[in-house]
Design a protein around this ligand. Structure first.
Ligand SMILES: [Zn+2]
Length: 370
């Protein structure tokens, strides 16, 4: 078994994890980047039409793509609109063009999509499909222009050359362009069940250390990112890259606002990104964030947003009701314990009385027999 780390080139693997389907994930002994044992030559076979609207729970992919896309991509949409109110946007792995179509502004919308049916739908929605994947010859031959914004949400883990996919994508950025990406993260502290027991089409298993090593391979670019903790779900890593210091600073400021503990006091645009990310995407709801929700609804109201908020509210309410029941149970058990204690005390007193009577009787018997 030969191993060469895609990121740092090291030739020894360290720890090994085994996925639910039995496939081994090997981690580089030096940088801890993870990859499946046998990298497939062609990964497009994973993305047949069922991937985007799979009906059986055991099938890979997204069940209700539009709804999922609406709540997992809303923060991306709002971040793009805040960074560049107009310009050329490329979405790598654009599926049916959902994210690009949702952008409100004067944009030129470009996409890369491996699934022909999804790509056709995106085209009908006004997306210029420039390739089937990042390694498409049309991109490497420079026939495609440079982009102010490139997004790659949940796509790089699917390719068979992670580092090269980054390299090609960064090369497509305009001088002041920014790339926003999200990949699954094998967390050091949180449960990785969703990555190890599902999503068997993934090839790469990034870790924070592996990604930091990757960033070092591109010294002309600045990177920042963080572990994104989606409540009840395994972690992802959200990152940005830019070459130009000013562009990097702008996106850095935006990301800081996005993860702030409280959106209260933020300008409306930043507050809505904070809410789209924390409430709608990650379900990390706080009292402040609920109070600020009208800022998001004003900007991005839709039936799917209402559906998502109702879903989250319901989950929270169920948890609250469960804890109320638990509290009622605890009160009942406390009362039972007190009842038993009282009964025990009474028994003890009766026992003491009996003992005293017994002792007295014994004494009297002794006296008589003397
Ligand atoms: Zn490595």
């Amino acid at each position: 078994m030969s191993f060469t780390c895609n990121v740092c080139g090291c030739s020894t693997s360290g720890r090994v994890l085994v996925r639910g389907d039995g496939v081994k994930v090997l981690f580089c002994s030096r940088c801890d980047m993870g990859v499946i044992e046998n990298i497939p030559e062609d990964t497009s076979v994973f993305y047949e039409d069922t991937y985007y609207g799979a009906s059986g729970a055991e099938e890979v992919g997204y069940h209700d793509y539009e709804f999922t896309a609406d709540h997992s991509l809303l923060w991306v949409r709002l971040a793009i609109e805040a960074l560049y109110p107009s310009g050329r946007v490329l979405d790598i792995g654009c599926a049916n063009g959902h994210l690009l179509r949702s952008l409100s502004g004067d944009y030129q919308r470009f996409g890369i999509e491996v699934n022909a049916t999804a790509a056709d739908v995106a085209r009908q929605r006004g997306v210029d499909i420039v390739g089937s994947d990042v390694f498409d010859a049309a991109l490497s031959e420079g026939r495609v222009g440079r982009f102010e914004v490139i997004t790659s949400i949940a796509t790089f883990e699917h390719v068979n050359d992670f580092k090269a996919a980054f390299e090609v994508s960064l090369g497509l950025l305009a001088d002041e362009g920014v790339m926003i990406f999200e990949v699954p993260l094998l967390s050091d502290t949180r449960d990785n069940k969703d990555w190890l027991n599902a999503s068997y089409e993934h090839v790469f298993y990034p870790t924070v250390r592996g990604l930091e090593e990757l960033f070092k391979q591109f010294p002309d670019y600045r990177f920042m990112g963080f572990e994104s903790e989606i409540a009840g779900y395994s972690s992802t890593y959200i990152g940005v890259a830019a070459r130009h210091p000013e562009a990097f600073e702008r996106v850095g400021t935006l990301f800081e606002a996005m993860v702030l503990a409280s959106p209260l006091g933020l300008p409306a645009q930043e507050a809505s990104i904070n809410l789209a990310y924390n409430v709608v995407h990650s379900f990390n709801v706080t009292a402040d964030r609920i109070l600020a929700l009208p800022a998001l609804i004003e900007r991005a109201n839709s039936v799917n947003l209402t559906k998502r908020l109702a879903q989250l509210w319901h989950a929270d309410r169920v948890a609250a009701e469960n804890s109320l029941n638990e509290r009622a149970n605890a009160v009942w058990y406390a009362q039972q314990a007190a009842n038993w204690e009282a009964a025990w005390g009474e028994l003890n007193r009766d026992y003491d009385d009996l003992r005293k009577t017994n002792a007295l009787l014994f004494e009297q018997t002794q006296q008589r027999s003397d």
